[in-house]
Design a protein around this ligand. Structure first.
Ligand SMILES: O=c1ccn([C@H]2C[C@H](O)[C@@H](COP(=O)(O)OP(=O)(O)OP(=O)(O)O)O2)c(=O)[nH]1
Ligand SMILES: [Mg+2]
Length: 145
């Protein structure tokens, strides 16, 4: 599927999101500011960009595994949801699960954004749901190994 994503740079410190490699699922998103995240704390980090998403899509804000593995820093609300109609600045909520403070540098790649289709859903209220093999079983009912 081909989508046209419109991106507005809100100021001089903003960097366009980009794929590290052709074909990568995520567009790396850059911080437009410097901020220190103390151990156990979360911070809202500006990116200096706003989007006009293609109709029928969302952007999912996901962590970068390198930041998670090396620094225990991840996206608190992962996957963050960017709604099609949102025109404000994209901000990233990072949490530091590590034992030492983590400095977000300006122009650091702090997360990645995946553009995904959103199905149109119509809701119907019913008295009965159809039977299925799983039924009401869940939460490890099929075994844990
Ligand atoms: O990581 C995120 C998550 C959300 N947003 C922006 C875009 C999104 O469209 C809007 C609302 O996000 P969400 O629906 O997750 O938050 P909410 O708590 O439900 O707020 P609202 O009542 O505004 O929908 O905030 C971000 O910039 N970064
Ligand atoms: Mg919401």
């Amino acid at each position: 599927m081909n989508y046209n994503l419109k991106i507005k740079l809100l100021h001089n410190e903003a960097i366009l999101p980009k794929q590290a490699n052709k074909g990568d699922a995520g567009l790396d998103v850059f911080s437009s500011e410097e901020k220190v995240i103390q151990p156990g704390e979360a911070e809202l980090i500006g990116t200096g960009i706003s989007l006009e998403l293609p109709e029928g899509t969302e952007a999912q804000v996901r962590p970068r595994s390198g930041l998670a593995l090396k620094h225990s820093v991840t996206v608190l609300n992962s996957p963050g949801t960017i709604d099609e109609g949102y025109r404000g600045e994209i901000k990233i909520i990072l949490i530091n699960h590590g034992k030492t403070a983590f400095k977000v540098e300006k122009h650091m790649r702090i997360a990645q954004m995946v553009i995904a289709p959103v199905p149109k859903v119509e809701i119907t209220v019913v008295e009965e749901l159809s039977n299925s093999k799983r039924g009401e079983k869940g939460f490890g009912s099929s075994g844990l190994k």
